[in-house]
Design a protein around this ligand. Sequence first.
Ligand code: BES
Ligand code: MN
Ligand code: ZN
Length: 502
Amino acid sequence: MDFSVKSGNPEKQRTACLVLGVYESRRLTPAAEQFDSACGGYLGNLLRRGDLDGKPGQSLLLFNPPGAACERVLLIGCGRERELDDRRFRKIAAHVAAELNDAAASDAALYLTELAVKGRDLDWKIRQLVAAVEDARYLFDRLKSKKDAPRRLLRKIILSVPGRRELPGGERAAREAQAIAAGVALAKDLGNLPPNICTPAYLAEQAQQLAGEFSAIQAHVMEEAEMEQLGMGALLSVTRGSAQPAKLIRLDYRQGPATAKPYVLVGKGVTFDTGGISLKPGEGMDEMKFDMCGAASVLGTFRACAELRLPLNVVGLIPAVENMPGGRASRPGDIVTSLSGQTVEILNTDAEGRLILCDALTYAERDEPAAVIDIATLTGACIIALGRHPHGLFSNHPPLAHELQNAGHAACDRVWELPLWDDYQEGLDSNFADMANISGNRDGGAIMGACFLSRFAKKFHWAHLDIAGTAWKTGKAKGATGRPVPLLTQYLLDRAAEKGKS
Ligand code: BES
Ligand code: MN
Ligand code: ZN
């Protein structure tokens, strides 16, 4: 989609579809008011006749308004002005995007940037509108033999800003939102692909393709033989039952000063999680194709960073494996030696994410990171604890947790912190190894997973995002969300801005 930012009067916009807001009850927004007086009270008359109330969810498409330069006007109900908050605005944006998708207009001019949203500025509104349009346009039909998607004509969107002074900022906001949307779309595609196509080798190819597309990105793929040599016994134990070879994918984005420490993103890349010998129940098991959404979010974030040319150093590490119950699969009771030297008793082969991540975390030490963030669909328990709105956040460094909370708020891709107290650690005691990979009961499962990982993250500032509840939607709208690409990209944008200031 082609987005541009403009200032100017609504009645003078030459566009196929002008989008204006109406507050409840029947009150025109300032831009709609201005348009109305230029059109001889056309809108006011309609409202008085009761065609639109202004309630959220309402809309009205009008053709050939008299005395205006546009072909159509789409009126959107915005609800009560003083109730207009983040959530309401995002709903309005999604509604407009859906209406425009279905309309026959090839371009549109949106004046919804004028709505006053509590605690949010113009930049935020522009970003939300761009994100909503891109989200509504996303379609995954490459594996349908008959493409019955409706013909979509919309090509160009103009976002209004109050004056010329706001143009540069508005353009930057639109550009950032488009880069994030491109990263989100990549993460969605990878997540939605079936597990017979999206294998560890496929993820490795995708990394290489990304590196081919952007000269700022390099990709390296480590094979099992080298992992063996290094001593990644925990990671390798997970792949044993599978016919698909494991890959440890490394992405390098180096656009910061050579001496600047990198931010390291570690993404869980289990391309299918059967549970292994601790086999999962059959119902809904197809959704375990999404168990690589952490990996997908790392690739998506790299795409966004490259499009934005962020002046930072970022490293991506993706342990990619398939968790299958083959003849060589690890058994409950097996003890393996991790890259860190610590031994792990595998009491449940379904707690595999932590086994691949722990070796990737130890491997990250070599990069002397500024911070390490791992992203993983780690525990069903995280969904029980938090539901499906925020990502679970754990960290060994409170300032890092704050930065992620702030980035999540800014990008509307929020996190919620859970405790990582030492009190929990003894739950992982094993009679036979340095630790077990699960605790003896079901208490605080998301926390126990994070506690396990924390033992491999002692040498750097680290945060863990449990995205089990947020990486995909279940039910009728089943599909990957592309989260937390907006959060991660915002976090890196904030780090780049911070460096720019100092
Ligand atoms: N990939 C799953 C976690 C998961 C389950 C995410 C359902 C989203 C929906 C993970 O590998 C797993 O199986 N975790 C176990 C851990 C348990 C054995 C301690 C779980 O959550 O049941
Ligand atoms: Mn599992
Ligand atoms: Zn898993």
